[in-house]
Design a protein around this ligand. Structure first.
Ligand SMILES: *Cc1c(COP(=O)(O)O)cnc(C)c1O
Length: 379
């Protein structure tokens, strides 16, 4: 009997790569009986290595990127109702860190060229109540931190870098996450390096470091079980720390692959007048966590239609983020007079990520681009 094999390709938008060294490292933590998230050699070792990687004085591991952001804002002790400026095109986690600390997010529209926060709009939205800014290095593309820090200095604001998508990205030779008062990273399964769930905070400020460490671990004091501050359990377990520490050893080669993938996509799509790429600023290293494109008026179908066509051909994609300005769950607290975010709205409507697993095959990238370049043929 001849069974006809149907050759359908299935390409996921991202597939985590777990190396045999990662498995060894995890088994080792189990064998050593080091599994919890209370400070031990494995966690210390990872935090030291991560601080070194980011070229930051301190690193603190956390249970996720979301809890890292939450801790950073919480450590600032801002008065209830203070305003925090934030990129509008971001994961909801960035805005929830503000919301859950009883503060008001002030989302700022994206730049049409680089898709990061539009720097020219920041100052216009600063009020007496503004106390901090969170900028997101979207898709691994660094924000011009010099400009952000200048504004922050002028108005005495704290700055947090949401580098959840940007491990290893650089601006003027400095690593993102080491430039502002604090930086946040995520090790969720689809991030540049991973341990399933996890995160980290980097800072050069000793006071903030001590405070965050305390808050992260239920704010235990010298007299055990007497707590002077209301802390959190946002600890990363040693099992996870063991895995991400092992992944960290490969990060430079992973980033190289990410950049290679982005260049291949660009080469195959460059002649398509309907497809736009994210631009980067001078003297920056974009690490291309995910390769994103935006369709414009010259493209023959809508983004939604293209997503459907790709899906029909076995290719999974994802839209960009929905603007924080319009999030239903934040409707009650975002001030009515907060300006709209047309560029972020356009990115939501017309933008998509293409498969960016670091070991994706060149022939698959070519195939994906062939579909994007001839959507009607593949309908
Ligand atoms: C993934 C992500 C987060 C959240 O990180 P988790 O580890 O999933 O909690 C926050 N901000 C941005 C920009 C992200 O991409």
């Amino acid at each position: 009997m001849i069974i006809k094999k149907i050759m359908t390709i299935k390409i996921q938008v991202f597939n985590p790569k777990i190396y045999k060294e990662d498995i060894k490292s995890v088994i080792n933590s189990l064998k050593k009986n080091q599994i919890s998230g209370t400070q031990n050699k494995i966690i210390e070792n990872f935090e030291n290595n991560f601080a070194k990687f980011v070229k930051s004085k301190y690193a603190i591991s956390t249970s996720s990127g979301t809890t890292a952001l939450h801790l950073c804002i919480n450590a600032l002790n801002l008065k209830k109702g203070s305003e925090v400026i934030v990129s509008s095109c971001t994961n909801i986690a960035t805005a929830l860190a503000i919301y859950h600390n009883n503060l008001i997010p002030v989302p700022i529209d994206s730049d049409a060229e680089n898709w990061n926060i539009k720097l020219e709009l920041i100052e216009k939205n600063i009020t007496k109540k503004t106390k901090a800014i969170i900028v997101v290095h979207f898709l691994g593309n660094p924000v011009d931190m010099n400009k952000v820090m200048k504004i922050a200095k002028k108005y005495k604001l704290y700055v947090i870098e949401d580098a959840a998508e940007a491990h290893g990205a650089k601006i003027n030779k400095r690593l993102v996450g080491s430039i502002a008062h604090m930086g946040c990273f995520s090790f969720y399964s689809n991030k540049i390096i991973t341990c399933g769930e996890g995160g980290a905070i980097t800072t050069n400020n000793k006071k903030l470091y001590k405070k965050i460490r305390l808050l992260k671990n239920l704010a235990f004091s010298k007299k055990r079980f007497i707590h002077y501050q209301a802390g959190f359990n946002f600890r990363l377990s040693s099992i996870q720390a063991a895995m991400v520490n092992s992944q960290l050893k490969k990060i430079n080669s992973i980033i190289k692959l990410k950049i290679k993938i982005a260049n291949l996509y660009k080469n195959f799509l460059i002649c398509n007048k309907g497809v736009e790429f994210q631009k980067q600023i001078n003297n920056s290293l974009h690490v291309h966590w995910m390769f994103g494109i935006k369709l414009n008026r010259n493209y023959p179908t809508s983004a939604n239609k293209l997503i459907q066509i790709l899906k029909k051909n076995g290719i999974e994609t994802r839209t960009f983020f929905f603007s924080i300005r319009n999030q239903p769950c934040l409707k009650e607290i975002i001030k009515k007079k907060t300006p709209s975010t047309p560029v972020s709205d356009d990115l939501w409507k017309n933008g998509l990520y293409l498969p960016s697993t670091h070991h994706i095959k060149k022939k698959n990238i070519k195939k994906i681009c062939d579909i994007i370049n001839n959507p009607i043929k593949y309908t």
